[in-house]
Design a protein around this ligand. Sequence first.
Ligand code: CMX
Length: 432
Amino acid sequence: IKNRFYEKASKCIGEYQKLKTEHADKVIANVTIGQVMTGMKGVPSLITDTSKLDANTGITFRGYSIPELREKLPRLDPAGEPLPEGLYYLMLVGEIPEQEDVFNISKDWSTRSHVPQHVFDVIDAMPKSARPMTQFSAAIVAMATESVFQKAYRSGVNKKYYWDFMYDDVMNLIARLPRIAAYIYRRNYFKDKHIEPDPRLDWAGNLAHMMGHDSDEVKRLMRLYMVIHADHEGGNVSAHTTHLVGSALSNPYYALGAGMLGLAGPLHGYANQDVINWIFELMNEIGSDEPTKEQLADYVQKTLEAGRVVPGYGHAVLRVTDPRFTAQKEFADKYITHDKLINTVNNLYEVVPPILGSVGKISNPWPNVDAYSGALLYHYGIKEYSFYTVLFGVSRALGVLASLVMDRLYGLPIERPSSYPLKWYRDKASGE
Ligand code: CMX
């Protein structure tokens, strides 16, 4: 895969250089004050090849939509879900892999999966009350002692080989994340009764196994989960942070650790636990685990009146139901017959959008990926929802780290946009 990646991606180095030198003055967009005041939305300023988000059709990975990926990517069992190893290959190489390529990645990650003892020691040094994302990001940063990229840089390696060392770091890092995540899970919720990896299992299957959820059903869900959360183009907080920190030539352990801290925020990945928390809060307040649509509508209104966001709804780019939400709903419709939490999530899908739509200022009233993921995990017995963002993080690493290898291959520079005092914008607005 390394050779195939280089063969394909190195062709783009020339293209990048040509754009940089021959077309540097070409104007591609105007930036408005509105864009600056609303989080730089829609300002084209990043290069990300792994995936692209369209406001009206959702995410595509190298041109393939989620339904296409669920059909085309290799899987273990014809009726099962695709293996995330295949998606990683697709993001990196740009082609749908053969079954053999995917098994080779599984094997490669399995051989690279040993986590140094000091990383577990760092986790164990924290109180169990430390949030799982605190433990997860600290463990990732602690593993920087292993960085071959950092060692190569300090020994003076030529910059045209940076990508090669980055590639190895990234493969090692991805290989080890399931073990770290499962360790935190078993530490926090199962009294430190840890489970060793099974080298015969695939990457996502092994994560379910090490968490102590060994059924085929959970492994199937975990594969789907790891595929749909892997990437969402380059501008979201976790991807952009990883890319930004990497642009200073920080090692990928630092870059991903920073990205994970961004993912931990309530407007981003923390929303996946917030949704479940909010649903339990509403069931508790209503006094029923099967609230009616009228009761749900009242509670949504109450949430808005309290100046809170309705978690799992809205998006910075999307203007339709998130296809990642739809994929999970289809999974639930297929495999789950009656579950009160899933029923509530389905009822909220009917109730919430018209209410948010009527507020006026909310750009997108439709559900995002986080509106469904927690209910599925909960149904299959992964009930510790304060852990859910870690699972999002394990998956998100696939996309942001594939991009980081490409960043170093293309030789992207340190990122450094300009900032001005508020007065400067006021002067611009009044034409001064
Ligand atoms: N509930 C209530 N208000 C909402 C809302 C929601 N679900 N979504 C947006 N709004 C509000 C915003 O808070 C903002 O209010 P102010 O003008 O008072 O600040 C206004 O509507 C306009 O915001 P927007 O342009 O529609 O949305 P943004 O691009 O600023 O923010 C997002 C996008 C996702 C942060 C926002 O929709 C939100 O907070 N959703 C709930 C949290 C959530 O589900 N996050 C997960 C996103 C997916 C992911 O990254 O995992």
